[in-house]
Design a binder for this molecule. Sequence first.
Ligand SMILES: C[S@@+](CC[C@H](N)C(=O)[O-])C[C@H]1O[C@@H](n2cnc3c(N)ncnc32)[C@H](O)[C@@H]1O
Length: 285
Amino acid sequence: MKVSLLKSDFFSALHSLYPQEELQSFFSLLAQHILKMTRLETTLQAEKELTEEAVLKFSKAMDRLEKFEPIQYIIGEAEFFGLLFKVNRHTLIPRPETEALVDWIIQDSSTQHPTPGTLLDIGTGSGCIAISLAHHLTQTRISAIDISSEALEVASENAIRNKVQVDLKRQDVLELTTLPKQFDIIVSNPPYVREQEKAAMQKNVLQHEPDIALFVSDSDPLLFYRKISRLAKTGLNPGGILYFEINEYLSKEMVSLLREEGFKQIEVKQDIFGKDRMIKAFNHA
Ligand SMILES: C[S@@+](CC[C@H](N)C(=O)[O-])C[C@H]1O[C@@H](n2cnc3c(N)ncnc32)[C@H](O)[C@@H]1O
């Protein structure tokens, strides 16, 4: 089969399911990944004959797109903060909102003297937060935990792929009574989507991303935040900072929670869409 035919088959099979722009981007990613061709090359070399293996791989990818599987799972990687991360169905696909949280920590840390020596990422998933921070905060020793051993395997591969050192450990944060040591920074993007918000979510997220990474009960949506804040009260060094990604609808409740737990200088920050998306708070001695 020639590149030109593969391309026309791809667009005619999927045009009723996705907007044209999104399909263009999917085609480019798959061409890069499977055919090792850039988008421009697929046009300039439209008459090129493809191997049977490449055509088969492309057709399997098309089947998965028909089932609304996220393109990042199909190609097995996602870009985050300028780095490439392996992802699979055990790891949440890193989101742009989370890049803003990483950026906040890097900006803050660059103005701190001395620079933070230790940092813990709770619920690390693919390791995107811990690994991007390790890449930028080279003086900081980074640890990360997650309940999912499958996610931790991916995080470990991602640390190697991105040439950084992160201490990874399987741990259920809800079972912890204390943290193993004291940290200068604790960061977490824990599960925070309420069951009641499911109805408004897209099929590709609901059917393919891990429930354990996303959902909390309607009756206690701040469960993880409360637990982590309590652990952070003793697990943060005096003057240490706690950072969270938060549910956009629960920022007021988050401020109250952190205030009740005794944190100071609480600051909420919006994402690029103007939604309350992250919060930081200081642990004063
Ligand atoms: C919203 S995802 C965040 C993943 C990654 N940090 C990111 O920002 O893309 C939440 C993560 O918390 C982990 N998790 C869920 N329950 C947990 C628990 N009880 N203890 C530790 N980690 C947990 C999930 O496995 C998942 O990787």
